[in-house]
Write a protein that binds this ligand. Structure first.
Ligand code: NCD
Ligand code: ZN
Length: 454
């Protein structure tokens, strides 16, 4: 039984204004849901239109699609759910700081429908046991889809697990979690294994030899966190990688690219991501204390400008939050060296950048929010097109409001973006199910699934 009224939002409401009629071959009203609004289309155009959802997938695009329910978002923007390829949930290890429940709730409230979780958990994601444990935790609690980056242990034993993970993360510089890899022969082996398994390898690109050479610049004054991790450390790591990756055919992705020098050394075949904090804050903010300490550190205004222009022209393909939920107490220390590096950000990834959309153009910004689907081979993610998962978010671009800590769902309980203008989604859907409606979380019964390249 279907209804001809297109303005209704619920099946029951349809009875009041529609005459029940039988579904025919031509009438696609057997679809579960029709979504209308200003759609961000795969070719980059933004146009009024609609799509139909059935069984959690987009089945058809067009002005005349029909279904059991219609959600008409009018002039609001309807975009594919963002993919954040870089989050540090602390599950297992420190679920009181963030678990897959709180972290993915924050993601959904920020329009993110897929997160890729980093391996520097406790224990690190090195073994089958650790991978399966993380998968079980996420499957029980996540309300958006999730992928798992495998870590690289010092013997390279984890490489055998690559086909079971979404991707791999390798740390070329020391940071939270101590997963540092110094042996470039091992990196080369990892790249060969990843090429064979068709998995992308993500690199934290700060050269440890370079960091060691500058370590004596570090004091307990916060600004020295930036001077002791200079831009050339990023460039050197990327150069070393270009050498290690040569002729392996591996897909190399540079995490949180932060400098003009790093950008200049980026090999053509590499992809890179940029974080909102590196685009929006310069290193002077470190004078304010630990809330602006992260790895890589905040940079100069010239670096920020270089990142914006690379995001605009596509040399930086992708956005990422590097969501790192340290506690306010940990970040409040006056001793810079004892402050852990990292800032929360999964809920604000696209929202804090939307007010700056003119700097790169709205279609480019939206494309960067889903580019991780291509980079990590997630073929059902990142586009409003038939066959894709019906993961999408709805934005009213005319309604920016300041970021407020009280609205952040992360257990971190703070945000470095407090007070900045942002556009949060009014709605977020995962495979056709509402997770956020009118800005409120409604996804208690929605469960995310594990994603990896097929
Ligand atoms: C991250 C964390 O806390 O897990 N911190 C950070 O400063 N980015 C680790 C990392 O990715 O460097
Ligand atoms: Zn990180």
């Amino acid at each position: 039984m279907v209804f001809s009224c297109m303005r209704v939002t619920r099946r029951d409401a349809g009875r009041a204004c529609g005459t029940p009629k039988r579904a025919s071959g031509l009438d696609r009203a057997v679809n579960d849901l029709v979504v209308k609004g200003r759609l961000f289309l795969p070719d980059g155009r933004i146009e009024r239109g609609g799509f139909a959802v059935k069984g959690g997938r987009i089945v058809e695009l067009g002005a005349h699609v029909s279904g059991a329910r219609t959600a008409d978002h009018g002039e609001r923007l309807v975009v594919p759910g963002a993919i954040d390829p870089h989050v540090h949930f602390r599950d297992p290890g420190h679920p009181e700081k963030e678990d897959f429940g709180s972290g993915t709730r924050a993601a959904a409230l920020g329009g993110v429908t897929t997160v890729l979780d980093m391996p520097n958990t406790v224990p690190p994601t090195f073994t089958r046991e650790a991978l399966e444990d993380k998968l079980a935790r996420a499957s029980a609690k996540a309300c958006v889809d999730f992928g798992i980056h495998l870590g690289l242990d010092e013997k390279g034993d984890s490489l055998a697990l690559l086909p079971e993970a979404t991707s791999m993360k390798v740390y070329l510089g020391a940071t939270t979690g101590n997963l540092l890899v110094r042996d470039m022969a091992l990196v080369r082996r990892a790249l060969e294994a990843a090429a064979a398994a068709r998995r992308t390898v993500v690199f934290h690109a700060e050269s440890q030899a370079c960091l060691d050479a500058h370590a004596d610049l570090l004091t307990d004054e916060y600004p020295t966190h930036a001077t002791a991790r200079p831009d050339r450390c990023e460039a050197e790591a990327i150069e070393a990688l270009a050498h290690a990756a040569d002729a392996t055919g591996a897909r190399v992705h540079i995490a949180h690219l932060s400098t003009a020098a790093g950008l200049a050394t980026l090999a053509r075949s590499f992809t890179a991501e940029v974080c909102p904090h590196h685009l929006l804050f310069d290193r002077d903010r470190l004078r304010e204390g630990g809330r602006f300490k992260m790895n890589p550190p905040l940079r100069t205004p010239e670096d920020m400008q270089a990142l914006w222009s690379a995001l605009a022209d596509g040399r930086i393909a992708c956005l990422a939050s590097d969501h790192a939920p340290h506690t306010p107490h940990e970040k409040a220390t006056e001793r810079a060296r004892s402050c852990p590096a990292g800032v929360p950000g999964v809920q604000t990834l696209l929202p804090v950048l939307l007010p700056h959309r003119e700097r790169v153009g709205l279609p480019r910004l939206l494309d960067a929010s889903v580019a991780a689907a291509r980079i990590f081979g997630l073929s059902r993610k990142g586009a409003l097109a038939p066959g894709m998962d019906a993961d999408f978010a709805v934005y009213d671009l005319d309604a920016p409001r300041p970021v407020r800590t009280a609205e952040m769902a992360s257990r971190a309980g703070w945000t470095p973006f407090e007070g900045l203008a942002a556009v949060f989604p009014t709605h977020t859907y995962l495979r056709g199910a509402a997770v956020v409606e009118e800005g409120a979380f409604v996804g208690e019964n929605v469960r995310g699934r594990f994603v990896k390249p097929e």
